[in-house]
Write a protein that binds this ligand. Structure first.
Ligand code: GDP
Length: 442
């Protein structure tokens, strides 16, 4: 999970302050020592750590915190605010005002440039844009084919002239085609190299001169920590980047690149790659990232994911069924599918506030195999059994277990869980009815 290691260390450093009625300067000092170590261990740039700790310490022993009724919470609030600042403060959006807007994607080989080009096009398509992808990575074998496959998958056109043509020519003609065809965004995938080198930079500059991009986005692999920051610095000096995309954040437990890139290069992170699939790209929201790191959850992203993946009508229907106790195993399966569409479950759990601190939850690994088992059991039920689980007697249980390759105990457990869940829904729905009567405002 993203930032797991850093998150754990920071939360443990701050946990001693949480809920304290009185916080002394030495309490703050001790906590800050641990925060400093946690950040250094997360591979955050040394100078960035030093400045960060100095700023937090200064504010934490100030009036605003010490005089408050909940100084421990206030220190955490300060850390949250400063982490947000570190990552750029506000969300930094793409400039898509030109018609067409030209976005040039640059980066080293293997960083995830081609994948990200596809993901970003998909993201823009969902916002009713009509992007054209331009296959300009003539250097890495198979990059052009990869982009064409991605284009097919997301239903977007790809402009390509093969790998024998000059990349400057490809970019220029790609943009010309977009103008002709009325595409409002052009995403140009360019050729990377294994290391920052002059030939690559010269080639990129030549493209930049010809197509005058509105955005130059650098794609870097977050898991490479300070190396990613150094790469960003070199590219920014040469190319005047407009933004950074951090890929592979899903596998980055440390977070050093995410926390240092903006402060070191002064170039904002605009997107984060959270997986290999084409929809695993998130706009980078510093304040939400800070909350996730501090275990305060990220409810906003969770809601956005739900809105993007869950059919509103179906959700309403489900809500009604839950309220009226008509929830069946069919509904259960459907709900499982919808949740799965939103992304890996441990990632989703990490966005729920307090999950990090809950006993036992920290090490909770959502077992996808277990879910597959549940699915197999339900799929082995007859229509009648799914709709009316009460008919499932002992011999039916045996048959279901055999059909799904599980045991009778597995089947028993699922049926028991399902019935407990229904009871809980009943309790919730009567609770919320009570609340509605009284009114929320008091
Ligand atoms: P390029 O050489 O920069 O164009 O790199 P690719 O786009 O081919 O990506 C290299 C590898 O990184 C591929 O296996 C991608 O699936 C993988 N990748 C890219 N972005 C992400 C991400 O956000 N998360 C994960 N887990 N893998 C990614």
């Amino acid at each position: 999970m993203a930032f797991e290691g850093l998150s754990e260390r920071l939360q443990s450093a701050l946990s001693k302050l949480r809920g304290k009625g009185k916080v002394s300067e030495s309490d703050v000092k001790a906590a800050m020592r641990e925060v400093r170590l946690a950040l250094l261990e997360a591979d955050v740039n040394f100078k960035v750590v030093k400045d960060f700790v100095a700023r937090v310490s200064e504010r934490a022993v100030g009036q605003e915190v010490m005089k408050s009724l909940t100084p421990g919470q206030q220190v955490i609030k300060v850390v949250n605010e400063e982490l947000t600042q570190l990552m750029g403060g506000q969300q930094s959006k793409l400039d898509l005002s030109s018609k067409p807007s030209v976005i040039m994607m640059v980066g080293l080989q293997g960083a995830g440039k081609t994948t990200t080009t596809g993901k970003l096009a998909h993201h823009l398509k969902k916002q009713n844009k009509h992007p054209l992808l331009v296959a300009g990575d003539v250097y890495r074998p198979a990059a052009i084919r990869q982009l064409e496959v991605l284009g097919d998958q997301i239903g977007l056109p790809v402009f390509s002239l093969g790998d024998q043509e000059n990349p400057v020519e490809i970019a220029e003609r790609g943009v010309a085609q977009a103008k002709e065809e009325g595409n409002d965004v052009v995403l140009i995938d360019t050729a990377g190299r294994l290391h920052v080198d002059e030939t690559m930079m010269d080639e990129l500059k030549a493209i930049r001169e010809k197509v005058e991009p509105d955005e130059i986005l650098l794609v870097v692999d977050a898991m490479t920590g300070q190396d990613a920051v150094n790469v960003a610095e070199s590219f920014h000096q040469e190319m005047a980047l407009t933004g950074v995309v951090l890929t592979k954040l899903d596998g980055d437990t440390r977070g050093g690149a995410a926390l240092s890139v903006k402060s070191v290069t002064d170039c904002p992170v605009k997107f984060a790659g959270m997986g290999e699939k084409v929809d695993a790209l998130e706009p980078f929201h510093p304040e939400r990232m800070a909350s996730r790191i501090l275990g305060m959850g990220d409810v906003l992203t969770l809601i956005e994911k739900a809105e993007a993946n869950v059919d509103e009508e179906k959700a309403k229907d489900l809500e009604r069924k839950m309220r009226t106790q008509q929830f069946t195993f069919d509904d259960f399966l459907e709900q499982m599918d919808q949740v799965r569409n939103m992304g890996p479950l441990d990632e989703l759990l990490g966005m729920m506030p307090g999950m990090g601190q809950m006993k036992g939850m920290k090490n909770l690994q959502v077992d996808e195999k277990q879910l597959t088992k549940v699915e197999a059991i339900i799929r082995s039920m007859t229509r009648e059994e799914k709709q009316h689980p009460e008919v499932i007697n002992a011999s039916r249980r045996k048959r279901i277990a055999a059909g799904s390759g599980t045991t009778v105990q597995d089947v028993n457990r699922l049926i028991k869980q399902f019935s407990d869940m229904k009871k809980m829904m009943k309790r919730f729905s009567s609770m919320s009815k009570g609340k509605k009567k009284k009114g929320f405002g008091g």
